[in-house]
Ligand binder design. Structure first.
Ligand SMILES: [Zn+2]
Length: 107
C-alpha cells in the first residue's frame, strides 16, 4: 500500500495531501522519521529508557518552551521523539502502550 510522507509534520498518510498542513508529500520510505511523542524533562527519561530497553530506534530532538526559558530556566525544556517508519510499524503495539502510559498518568 502506498503512503505519503509529510516532512513538515513527520507523519504518513494515505490521502494525496497532508491532512495536517495540506502539503503534497512524497512517497514514504522505511527511513522516514515519524513523530511519536513530545515529553517533558521528567517523562522523556522514561520514554528513552523504554525505547532503549525494547531496542527501538529513535531520534530525539530537544526544544525549548516558548519564550519562557530565559526567565524560568531549563525546566520547560521538552524532547520530541521520532521513530523511523519501519520501526514504527514493527513496534506499533509497544509504542502505543508506551504512549498510553505517558499521556494518561495514573493519579
Ligand atoms: Zn504536513
Amino acid at each position: 500500500m502506498k503512503q505519503h510522507y509529510c516532512p513538515h509534520c513527520h507523519l504518513v498518510y494515505k490521502s494525496q495531501v497532508c491532512p495536517s498542513c495540506g502539503t503534497r508529500g512524497r512517497l514514504s520510505t522505511p527511513d522516514d522519521l515519524i513523530f511519536f511523542i513530545a515529553a517533558d524533562y521528567f517523562t522523556s527519561a522514561r520514554v528513552e529508557d523504554y525505547l532503549n530497553e525494547e531496542e527501538i530506534p529513535y531520534l530525539k530532538k530537544g526544544e525549548l518552551g516558548v519564550g519562557l526559558t530565559s526567565r524560568i530556566g531549563l525546566s520547560f525544556e521538552y524532547q520530541r521523539f521520532f521513530i523511523p517508519l519501519k520501526a514504527f510499524i514493527d513496534y506499533e503495539d509497544q509504542l502505543n502502550t508506551l504512549k498510553e502510559v505517558i499521556e494518561k498518568p495514573e493519579s
